[in-house]
Design a protein around this ligand. Structure first.
Ligand code: SAM
Ligand code: SF4
Length: 467
């Protein structure tokens, strides 16, 4: 059993007795935050921290925050209130706690976080978290804020994940390849919280993925705020687009499946569409947010595409890869959205037929142009439109799942299921699939016949372990 001693400063070098420092990282929001949290865990591991099983046991607590909608931000302040009480309790028990707020709320609100919650020791934005070790040292003297956009990318400073950390990622891992956004949709905080678009080099991405593959990872999801705008430096110094990167990633030994998210409809290039036709490892699913089906609303949103452009892209992708499934994001109740605009959104959903989609009520974000736009939509109208859109999406999702019965898919098994003797994996379309299978099939892509549909998963029968 580990020995517990008073720990005033979690970064202090171990004295005579073995000090076991523990870190607890809680991530909110998008997949990019999940990836950032893993990289922060890698930094903490280098600094000698082990993962705490519960927040109560942690000497270092990191909240990796989201700012995309108002509710996401408010949830974090309420969480911080509880952590302040925990910090006080631990202090009374003679234990020190360092509280870090990272992520997009940290970037957007900076010192305001310290004003609203003085128990916070470090505020660090998403492009500065590689500086955590020095920030934690500085925080011994008082609270610190690091929310600048440093010129040099954080990635070069991040430590490589240790083998145990890779094992914790399981068989499927996220890898951020592109950060930031230059699009400035009028409702969105991302360009302000994540900064301008930057792409990692092909070499850096491939090195990271090769290490993950050597540690047992079989599926990679390439992440970016606008991942299809990726333009990283290739080995010969020339820029490579996402299609080239996907081809390079799928050639890494051990990598059986590649996905990417999230794409902007305006950056759907021909060579990326061709990759969907040619690259066997590229999953036949695409998350392509459209936000609205009304051209008037799309123009007001500064989306730089019309509904017809979106439908055309969907058709071009389907021509290249007929079995592809689309998912999307929608915002209802954008300022000035009329009933007719909303009907156009429903029409677009019917025209595409999505495998799944996320729908959000428009949330005014301070500092974005839409927040000050006239004709904000009342809460009841937003609620009503959201319910209608979600009902249609759910109908399409259920129809898509039902249509998989009798089909055979390659399922990548990830972990044991709830029942003894059962494994759970993912279909090429990201659906959870349960099947009776030995644990030796974890990390294996097996051919599975779908035999039934549950509300949130599919039941399958293993036909043969494929690869
Ligand atoms: N880059 C992606 C794109 O171009 O669509 C999306 C990134 S954003 C993190 C994820 C989703 O959050 C968006 O697609 C949008 O639907 C939603 N979102 C962003 N800002 C919002 C706001 N102010 N209110 C409601 N939903 C919002
Ligand atoms: Fe936000 Fe996506 Fe628009 Fe960029 S493209 S501003 S991330 S919604």
């Amino acid at each position: 059993m580990s020995e517990s001693i008073v720990l005033e400063d979690p970064l202090r070098a171990a004295p005579a007795r073995q000090v076991e420092k523990r870190v607890f990282i809680k991530s909110f929001g998008c997949q990019m935050n999940v990836y950032d949290a893993e990289r922060m865990a890698d930094i903490a591991a280098e600094e000698g921290f082990r993962e705490a099983r519960a927040v109560e046991d942690a000497d270092l607590i990191v909240l990796n925050t989201c700012h995309i909608r108002e509710r996401a931000s408010e949830k974090i302040y309420s969480e911080l209130g509880k952590l302040r009480e925990l910090k006080d309790e631990r202090r009374r028990a003679g234990q020190g706690t360092t509280l870090v707020v990272a992520g997009c709320l940290a970037q957007a609100e900076g010192v305001e976080i310290l004003r609203r919650q003085p128990a916070v020791d470090v505020v660090v934005g998403p492009q500065s978290f590689h500086r955590l070790p020095e920030l934690l040292r500085e925080a011994r003297l008082g609270p610190v804020v690091a929310a600048d956009f440093p010129a040099e990318g954080k990635f070069v400073h991040l430590p490589a994940a240790a083998p145990e950390a890779i094992a914790r990622r399981g068989v499927s891992a996220f890898v951020t390849v592109q950060e930031g956004c230059d699009k400035f949709c009028s409702f969105c905080v991302v360009p302000y919280t994540r900064g301008a678009e930057v792409s990692r080099s092909v070499g850096a991405v491939i090195d990271e993925i090769a290490r993950l593959a050597a540690g047992g990872v079989r599926e990679i999801t390439l992440l970016g705020q606008n991942v299809n705008a990726y333009h990283g430096q290739g080995e010969d110094g020339r820029a490579v687009g996402l299609a080239g990167l996907i081809r390079a990633v799928s050639a890494v030994p051990g990598i059986a499946r590649v996905r990417y998210a999230t794409s902007h409809p305006g950056d759907m290039s021909d060579d990326l569409i061709e990759a969907h036709r040619d690259v066997e490892a590229l999953a036949p699913s695409m998350h392509l947010p459209v936000q609205s089906g009304s051209d008037r609303v799309l123009r007001a949103m500064n989306r730089r595409h019309r509904a017809a452009d979106y439908l055309d892209t969907v058709a071009r992708v389907r021509a290249a890869r007929p079995d592809i499934a689309f998912s999307s994001d929608f915002i209802v109740g954008y300022p000035g959205e009329t009933d007719a605009d909303f009907e156009a959104t429903l029409e677009l959903v019917r025209a595409v037929g999505f495998a799944s989609a996320y729908a959000f009520k428009y949330s005014a974000r301070p500092g974005t142009p839409a927040a000050d736009a006239p004709r904000q939509i009342d809460a009841a109208t937003k609620e009503r439109r959201l319910a209608r859109l979600q009902a249609l999406i759910e109908e399409q999702l259920q129809a898509f799942n039902r249509a998989t019965v009798g089909r055979r898919f390659e399922v990548l098994f990830e972990k044991p299921g709830r029942r003894e003797g059962q494994l759970i994996g993912r279909s090429p379309y990201m659906q959870a699939v349960f099947a009776d299978a030995p644990t030796s099939l974890i990390g294996v892509m097996a051919e599975v016949e779908i035999v039934g549909v549950e509300p949130h998963s599919l039941r399958g029968r293993v036909v043969s372990p494929a690869s």
